[in-house]
Design a protein around this ligand. Structure first.
Ligand code: MG
Ligand code: MG
Length: 255
């Protein structure tokens, strides 16, 4: 069931979304060559506490997961697409790092992700991240009253495919509200004009994931959480929480 949010609720979700935005900005500045992924998770915990917010990630256990998620931050490096658990790994020059972060404030959740390059960028990685960001922008542009879920999915998927990238099937966006994952699901590929009609008050996480090698395959790493590309190529992941309003899409996690 899809819960429509009031304007007041959307304002409250914007507050939660801005906590996420501020923390992601701070994390992206802190992520540098030699920094350990667990240090980033520790910084995220400190910032959450300062903001008076809590983590919807910590202890989260969806049906596919073998263990509760042990961190407040997701760190997916290079061939990791999403769901990377922070480890002692120290970031290296040229790493492609995706940070996915959520916050719960006053009972409302915000969810957002960015991809970045640590140190000196490779042109291919720059293009990959720029494409994911363009796909996200296209998805947000399609998140308007009267469109359908398939229009968002089609907008996202078209940008990724036209660039020649793969799209991991089975993972994508979702409704957001008092819980991190609500109905409906928002696939990263689909047919225009299909699926649920978009209405004012829907709040959706739109989150393109792109695989540089152009194939769609992925597998869970040994920790049961981290999803890695089958072809070993790098992946990018970006995400915003977006409210659909009569005045157009409102990006609640805008940095
Ligand atoms: Mg997320
Ligand atoms: Mg999400």
């Amino acid at each position: 069931m899809v819960e429509l949010k009031t304007d007041t609720a959307i304002d409250a979700m914007h507050e939660a979304g801005q906590v996420v935005a501020r923390v992601l900005t701070a994390l992206s500045k802190a992520a540098d060559v030699g920094v350990c992924l667990l240090e980033l998770d520790g910084l995220a915990r400190d910032l959450l506490r300062e903001e008076g917010a809590t983590s919807p990630f910590l202890g989260y256990r969806p049906s596919f997961a073998p263990t509760p998620f042990p961190a407040v931050l997701i760190t997916s490096v290079n061939d990791a697409i999403v769901h990377g658990i922070p480890t002692r790994y120290r970031l290296r020059d040229g790493d492609l790092l995706s940070l996915d972060f959520g916050a719960e404030l006053n009972g409302w959740v915000g969810d957002s992700a960015l991809s970045m390059i640590v140190g000196r960028p490779r042109p291919a990685d720059v293009r990959l991240i720029e494409t994911a960001e363009r796909a996200l922008a296209a998805g947000i542009e399609a998140a308007v009253v009267g469109n359908r879920i398939g229009d968002i999915a089609h907008a996202v998927g078209t940008v990724c495919r036209e660039a020649g990238y793969g799209i991991p099937d089975g993972f994508g966006g979702h409704g957001v509200g008092r819980r991190m994952h609500e109905d409906p699901s928002v696939p990263n590929e689909g047919r225009p004009g299909r699926g649920m009609r978009l209405r004012a008050g829907m709040v959706l996480a739109i989150e393109p994931m792109v695989i540089a090698g152009g194939t769609d395959g992925y597998h869970a790493a040994g920790d049961g959480w981290t999803l890695r590309t089958d072809d070993g190529s790098r992946a990018a992941h970006v995400e915003h929480t977006v409210a659909i309003t009569e005045a157009g899409p409102r990006v609640l996690t805008q940095r």
